[in-house]
Design a protein around this ligand. Structure first.
Ligand SMILES: C[S@@+](CC[C@H](N)C(=O)[O-])C[C@H]1O[C@@H](n2cnc3c(N)ncnc32)[C@H](O)[C@@H]1O
Length: 208
């Protein structure tokens, strides 16, 4: 096994952290064909499910990893769609990225990588989907952003990923009101503690 494949095995397969079921669920629920993953590190799993994926991360290992022939071969063998896999890894600070066309992705992925909901918004199509966890407060940022509407939550247990769009008003109620402002969330970069929380929040973007 080559070095790049070893990295994927080490960080994602051995840690049981591929999250393949999450991406399958999103594809089935929202008919997603293209995804933008800011702060992806080497988490190539979405390319198994979405025909077009762009990965952006400042880590120096990124460029080599996504271009590696063995990695490309793995995606080819695991992909769940008929067309050729179309993916690229860009080594860059996502705050500065202006390489991509605006309004061009069905899905924006924010997982443990800062305020992706804000930096990636312009690349997401109108009515595009954002998935976001709250490890760095990015879910709270999306909640406070008028352009995003909470449409569902996703939870994970025993290998099962479950989507729900019920009782959404119960989420984002801070344990200690009032809800922190955008500036406060930016300065602490930590998730707000809520009375009810989910593993992953699903928002729809409205650019009207
Ligand atoms: C904890 S890792 C999470 C990786 C992946 N999202 C996952 O869930 O497995 C955070 C990643 O975000 C990247 N990152 C954080 N801020 C970034 C920025 N402004 N531009 C590019 N990459 C960033 C880091 O380089 C790191 O690889």
């Amino acid at each position: 096994m080559g070095k790049q494949l070893e990295l994927y095995e080490k960080y994602f397969v051995k840690n049981n952290f591929e999250r393949l079921g999450l991406f399958k669920l999103l594809r089935d629920e929202f008919d997603i064909r293209s995804a933008l993953y800011l702060g992806s590190f080497l988490h190539i799993t979405p390319a198994f499910v979405f025909p077009k994926t762009v990965f952006v991360d400042s880590d120096r290992r990124v460029q080599k990893f996504y271009a590696d022939p063995e990695i490309r071969k793995m995606v080819k063998s695991k992909k769940q769609y008929k067309s050729e896999a179309d993916f690229i890894g860009i080594q860059q600070n996502y705050e500065k990225t202006n390489l991509l066309d605006e309004d061009s992705f069905d899905l924006l992925i924010s997982q443990y990588a800062g305020f992706v909901s804000q930096a990636g918004k312009r690349y997401l199509k109108n009515n595009g989907i954002l998935i976001v966890n709250n490890s760095h407060g990015d879910a709270s940022m999306a909640f406070l952003d008028q352009d995003y509407q909470l449409v569902g939550v996703i939870n994970h247990s025993n290998g099962n990923w479950r989507y729900s769009s019920k009782n959404l008003g119960d989420y984002f109620v801070p344990k200690k009101p009032p809800h922190p402002s955008v500036e406060q969330i930016k300065s602490v970069m930590r998730g707000v503690v809520y009375t009810k929380s989910a593993g992953i929040y699903v928002f729809k973007l409205s650019k009207d």
